[in-house]
Design a protein around this ligand. Structure first.
Ligand SMILES: Cc1ncc(COP(=O)(O)O)c(C=O)c1O
Length: 355
């Protein structure tokens, strides 16, 4: 008899992300402008046939990245986008039917992987006012919990944890022997980090990505930071040569070019300041801008706005249903100011109540 895994068969996945190139893409938290063209051209200038022909070499880039993080390569595993690292941590540090605790709404792949591997994902919901009560997280951290997943900042809620809140959670995790995965995909947009736990303690991982501030989502590159034995476990899960040579070359160049990161942060911050001011001036409630995205409570129907933005303005944004007291709202990626101006001009035109 042919065998198919019913968990995979019944899994819900979205594959509808093609043909976005002619749009202003404010739906997936990429950098809509990307890295400067001169920079891209200069990185590609010395690509040789040999570079393309040989399997990617990771040592040099791992050392560059480790130096950037103030650690050594034994605390690091490169992955093909942080989503890959998250998958391996779930596979290697939880069992069939094992208990995983995470907040909702959040990055959906945590639940997808949990379902794919038959894990028991326990949801800790946000409060009506979109705040997160850490006591609710702690209450779910039972002795039989294997993995706790936290995001700082969270996507899509954009909330962050204070040092005190985090310390309390981490103490509980240690007492109850729960591995902790901290997703810092949106680090750099918000400077706070809990990477020190992953560098100093066992059974704590941080995942990060080059897809967001580094503007390299098309390259697929991320990394897992953790204690050396845990990192080795993740490395064992990886497919051979899992990270792309071009991705590492671009990431190396961004990290090694003086002022590059600062410039990316500056351009992003100008865009964030602009959109927040515009929303305030135009009577919009908004939340969660610690990452490179923002929740906006629209004045009219959210789904109609998303559809009209796409059709009439060639702008892609997302709608989220039932987000606490925001109801059905918009989530919009924040990018440099010129793109935010394009978006706010469109929103001002489309989101108008009929008199
Ligand atoms: C919270 C969070 N984690 C991880 C990822 C995955 O990023 P990547 O696989 O591109 O590194 C995303 C992507 O949007 C995200 O929002």
């Amino acid at each position: 008899m042919y065998y198919t895994d019913s968990k995979v068969e019944n899994l819900y996945r979205i594959f509808d992300q093609n043909e976005r190139k002619d749009y202003l893409r404010l739906d997936l938290n990429e950098n809509p402008g990307g890295l400067p063209q001169e920079f891209i051209s200069s990185v590609l200038k010395d690509v040789t046939p040999q570079f393309v022909a040989q399997y990617p070499e990771t040592l040099h880039f791992s050392e560059v990245l480790a130096a950037h993080l103030g650690t050594d390569i034994h605390h690091l595993c490169l992955v093909n986008g942080s989503a890959e690292g998250i998958r391996y941590i779930i596979q290697a540090f939880t069992s069939q039917g094992g208990r995983i605790v995470g907040v909702v709404p959040s990055y959906f792949m945590f639940q997808v992987y949990s379902e794919m591997y038959g894990r028991n994902f326990i949801k800790v919901p946000y409060n009506e006012d979109l705040s997160m009560d850490v006591e609710n997280i702690i209450a779910e951290m039972t002795d039989d919990t294997q993995l706790l997943i936290l995001l700082n900042p969270n996507n899509p809620m954009g909330n962050v944890y204070s040092d005190e809140e985090f310390e309390k959670i981490m103490q509980t995790a240690k007492e109850r022997q729960i591995t902790v995965l901290i997703d810092e995909a949106y680090h750099y947009f918000y400077p706070g980090t809990f990477i020190r736990y992953a560098l100093e303690e066992d059974h704590v991982f941080v995942t990060r990505t080059f897809s967001k501030l580094f503007s390299m989502a098309g390259c697929r590159l991320g990394y897992v930071v953790g204690w050396p034995d845990g990192v080795k476990m993740v490395q064992k899960m990886c497919t051979p040569h899992n990270t792309n040579a071009f991705a590492m070359k671009f990431a190396d160049a961004v990290l090694s070019t003086p002022g590059m990161l600062e410039e990316l942060i500056k351009k992003f911050s100008e865009g964030r300041d602009y959109i927040i001011k515009w929303l305030d001036d135009n009577g919009y409630s908004h939340k969660g801008e610690a990452g490179n995205f923002i929740f906006i409570k629209p004045k009219t129907d959210a789904k109609t706005i998303v559809d009209r933005m796409k059709l009439e303005k060639k702008i892609l944004i997302k709608t989220y249903p039932d987000v606490g007291d925001f109801g059905n709202c918009l989530r919009v990626t924040i990018g440099e100011r010129r793109f935010m101006e394009q978006f706010t001009a469109a929103l001002g035109e489309i989101d108008k109540e009929t008199p």
